[in-house]
Design a protein around this ligand. Structure first.
Ligand SMILES: NC(=O)c1ccc[n+]([C@@H]2O[C@H](COP(=O)([O-])OP(=O)(O)OC[C@H]3O[C@@H](n4cnc5c(N)ncnc54)[C@H](O)[C@@H]3O)[C@@H](O)[C@H]2O)c1
Length: 334
């Protein structure tokens, strides 16, 4: 696909991932429009990016129709979403994503959008396959199959959107693809995601250093630049609604991540485990074999390198006074 002058819409384009995607598409020469209600997206994320901004709520049909008009390629990232502390306790809010996604796809179809790429999630995978930390589990795309067992209403909404996009392709021939993102981190990410909460605690020299759960949880934290390159590659290579994992195969325990952050920012701190806090599935790591095969994609950033870049960004972009403000609220918010 040639991106030069391509008319692209990024919904949720002021978000953490959305702003990095918007930035890259502009560099590639696309004419990018962002549709945003700034409910969690931040205006300053777009400050230096040459894109058009449509401000409004995509749950409003007339705004949704206006935002999708004249667009060739749509990246749909807008969602009611946060970290584990948010999605577990805001099921009703997350359920609205079913309305949002259906409406965005419907208006995109009515307005003749040629291609839709959707920001899906590792939350579509059966939770029961992700509970044994003693196993070397890798999640393969074909494990998402009837009777289905998504993770909370947030995961069910992502799954329904994937299935909806497959149906749009089959019935109407629209080119569609879904990218299953796995625990993304990097510059501009907020403290409601575990890595960023840990960086904030280290930066503020909090002692004891709180860790949610027993620290044995396993994740494949994936750096945002890799997510952006995979998403663009999915737009270029998938048209039949296939969903593909975008995640590293590095298996990192939460306590290992905590130790790295402590060693870098506050070596004398001791860890306090908060076992009553939500952790989500205990063992969530993607296979990226399909992404290699279909997209020629594999992640380039090793966790320790990405973590260091993210720590550097956090320290450069916030004073300790700013990092301190409402930290307890931020870790469970959007
Ligand atoms: N961050 C992750 O680890 C991760 C993992 C899997 C999937 N995802 C998905 O990636 C996407 C981006 O997530 P993120 O973490 O960068 O930030 P995010 O969840 O804050 O992004 C959502 C964006 O959508 C906007 N938005 C929400 N509702 C809207 C509405 N009704 N109308 C217009 N705009 C609206 C918000 O202001 C925000 O900018 C989301 O769809 C999320 O579900 C993220």
């Amino acid at each position: 696909m040639k991106w030069k002058n391509k008319k692209v819409l990024v919904t949720g384009g002021a978000s953490f991932i959305g702003s990095h995607l918007t930035e890259k598409l502009v560099i590639l020469g696309a004419k990018v429009r962002v549709a945003e209600n700034f409910s969690s997206g931040e205006r300053n994320h777009l400050a230096n990016i040459e894109c058009e901004t449509f401000e409004g709520d995509l749950l409003d049909p007339s705004f949704c129709s206006k935002a999708t008009k004249g667009i060739e390629v749509l990246f749909h990232l807008a969602a009611d979403h946060g970290g584990r502390g948010y999605i577990d306790s805001h099921q009703v809010e997350c359920s609205t994503n079913m309305i949002l996604d259906g409406q965005v796809f419907r208006h995109a179809h009515q307005n003749g959008v040629e291609k839709i790429i959707f920001a899906s999630s590792g939350c579509v995978y059966p939770t029961s396959a992700q509970m044994d930390v003693g196993k070397e589990v890798f999640l393969y795309e074909d494990m998402v199959t009837p009777p289905y067992e998504a993770d909370d209403l947030y995961g069910w909404a992502k799954l329904l959107a994937e299935l909806t996009l497959k149906a749009y392709h089959q019935q109407h021939g629209i080119s569609t693809a879904s990218c299953r993102y796995f625990t993304v981190y990097g510059p501009r990410c907020t403290e409601n995601h575990a890595v960023m909460a840990m960086i904030a605690r280290g930066y503020l020299k909090l002692d004891p250093f709180e860790v949610w759960g027993d620290g044995e949880q396993i994740r494949n934290w994936t750096f945002v630049d890799d997510i952006v390159s995979g998403t663009i590659s999915a737009a270029e290579n998938i048209c039949d609604g296939t969903a593909v994992n975008l995640g590293t195969m590095e298996r990192i325990k939460v306590k290992e991540c905590a130790k790295e952050v402590i060693d870098t920012l506050n070596p004398s701190a001791s860890i306090k485990l908060l076992t009553d806090k939500p952790t989500g599935p205990l063992n969530r790591v993607a296979s990226n074999e399909l992404a290699k095969k279909l997209l020629g994609w594999s992640p380039r950033t090793k966790f320790l390198d990405g973590l260091q870049k993210t720590i550097d960004w956090y320290i450069d972009s916030k004073s300790t006074e700013q990092a301190k403000i409402d930290l307890a609220k931020k870790v469970v918010g959007r």
